[in-house]
Write a protein that binds this ligand. Structure first.
Ligand code: ADP
Length: 482
């Protein structure tokens, strides 16, 4: 099959969260048996040249607020082709200091138009797989092209990585492309057609829609808001599936991860003392790096997360208090796009700067995050909602026990008291506090059970290859219009 993936993040070239990880993991897994090309925007944030071979460079034009020039530079990337679109005549749109900005609808629509023009030049494309609202315009543009030319368009698959972000914008932005009026209509809000929702149109036009876990798919369908997008997705419930994300087992591998002080893997699980000694060496290294002086016999609880309301910020702060009260280590690494939230965490960071056991690292640091997955004993993911979540999957692979809120993909991947600990209530904090206390108790009083949790987590396999198999099924069914 000739499969195109279009997204605005792709690890390791440009990543903010799990979207980039999923796009590259899925593409690499599919590329074992299929021809896969990933299309992303060229941001000036991406350092050039990429450390990989250029396969081709093409110049062409697209129509968005007039005729615009673009270069497509295709690189070899782990069995896939990675194509960066450099919007030459609108280059300011991607000359930003961060991936996400307040003008995202305009920037990502410009990219979507350029990406569609590029796809239309390619031969025999079977699948165009678009990720999230950012590139939702592509679904309507492909349909417009098919209507204009009378030729069938490639099968279009949409994956919703987070239903909370839908891409509301002025309809004028979409109308600046050459989308046909009947196709544009699917994006427009019924009661205020001058406004559009990119995800809504994409849902309507796509041949199949997926989201990143079965529970989250159910949560989306049970959503009772009065928004048009909810109705759009209910109308497509026959072609809407929840497919669990998997992690790329080569990229996330404690046996080979160069960020670790000492590597280890699940083959050591039958020698518990040696296994735990390896984790302890990583812990020692982490404590030296962060000047933590707390005893290493006590557990280390970590948080590795974007700092946004969705992620359960109040619970994170409560976990800090719990760690202070019980004298174990707490390390958070995270950043926020919201200056108020960032400031709140800077304030906490300053107040615990000299604490022996609490550290907050408020930056994006892949190397430190990897060391933390290996060094920590537990990871806390108290999300209010979570489409899938990758950090619990990575943590389990690194032998770190998850403590999660039972929602969306977290509920689908962490079996309570088998692989980790779960809580549900968000209106009161008692259950969460008790869950932390239970985890601490098992760690301190029942090492055999604790080790069994580690083992069960490491043996659970949420890999990108299984995810790719599920997507191939969907691609085939959607192509056959089953
Ligand atoms: P989301 O996509 O909602 O942010 P996920 O759990 O799906 O959440 O994915 C988060 C990804 O981002 C993981 O790969 C995690 O390791 C990484 N990550 C999050 N925050 C940081 C950070 N501050 N530094 C390094 N990596 C981070």
């Amino acid at each position: 099959m000739h499969i195109i993936q279009v997204a605005i993040e792709c690890t390791p070239i440009i990543k903010v969260g799990g979207l980039g990880d999923m796009v590259s993991g899925l593409s690499r897994a599919l590329a074992h048996h299929h021809h896969v090309e990933i299309i992303i925007p060229y941001y000036s944030l991406i350092p050039l040249p990429l450390p990989t071979k250029i396969l081709k460079k093409t110049l062409f034009s697209y129509s968005f607020l007039g005729k615009q020039k673009v270069a497509a530079v295709s690189y070899e990337y782990d069995g896939c082709t990675l194509t960066c679109l450099e919007l030459h005549s609108q280059h300011e749109l991607f000359a930003t200091s961060s991936v996400y900005t307040p003008d995202d609808a305009l920037r990502f629509c410009a990219f979507s138009v350029a990406a569609t023009a590029y796809i239309q030049q390619l031969e025999s494309v079977d699948i165009v797989h678009i990720h999230d609202w950012h590139v939702g315009l592509i679904a309507g543009l492909l349909k417009s092209h098919a209507i204009r030319t009378g030729k069938p368009s490639p099968t279009c698959i949409l994956t919703i990585h987070n239903f909370a972000y839908q891409g509301e914008c002025s309809t004028q932005i979409l109308a600046s492309s050459d989308i046909l009026a009947p196709c544009l209509q699917a994006y427009q809000m019924q009661h205020s057609p001058q406004s559009s929702v990119l995800l809504q149109g994409a849902v309507t036009h796509a041949d199949h829609i997926t989201t990143v876990s079965p529970s989250y798919a159910r949560e989306i369908l049970q959503n009772h808001s009065s928004k048009d997008v909810d109705q759009a997705i209910k109308n497509k419930s026959q072609v809407f599936s929840g497919i669990l994300n998997g992690i790329d087992q080569q990229v996330w591998n404690p046996a080979t991860d160069s960020a670790l002080k000492t590597n280890y893997d699940s083959s050591l699980l039958n020698q518990p003392q040696e296994f735990l000694a390896k984790k302890r060496e990583n812990k020692t290294h982490l404590y030296e790096r962060l000047h933590i002086s707390a005893p290493k016999e006590q557990p280390c609880l970590c948080v590795i997360s974007r700092l946004e309301e969705q992620k359960g910020l109040t619970f994170m702060k409560l976990a800090i208090l719990h760690a202070m009260e019980h004298g174990y280590t707490f390390v958070l690494i995270g950043t926020s796009g919201n200056p108020n939230i960032q400031q709140q965490f800077v304030n906490i960071q300053t107040s615990v700067a000299h604490s022996p056991n609490i550290r907050l690292v408020l930056s994006y640091d892949e190397t430190l995050a990897r060391l933390l997955y290996a060094a920590a004993d537990m990871i806390c993911i108290p999300s209010l909602f979570e489409p899938c979540g990758l950090t619990q999957l990575i943590a389990m692979r690194y032998g770190t026990v998850p403590i999660v809120r039972a929602t969306g993909g977290l509920a689908d991947t962490v079996k309570p008291l088998v692989q980790g600990f779960t809580f549900s209530q968000i209106k009161t904090h008692k259950e969460f506090y008790n869950t932390l206390s239970l985890a601490l108790h098992v760690y301190q009083q029942n090492p055999e059970w604790w080790f069994q949790l580690i083992k069960n987590g490491m043996h659970a396999s949420f890999d990108a290859a299984s995810m790719a198999d599920r997507y191939l099924d969907i691609y085939r069914k959607a192509q056959a219009k089953l």
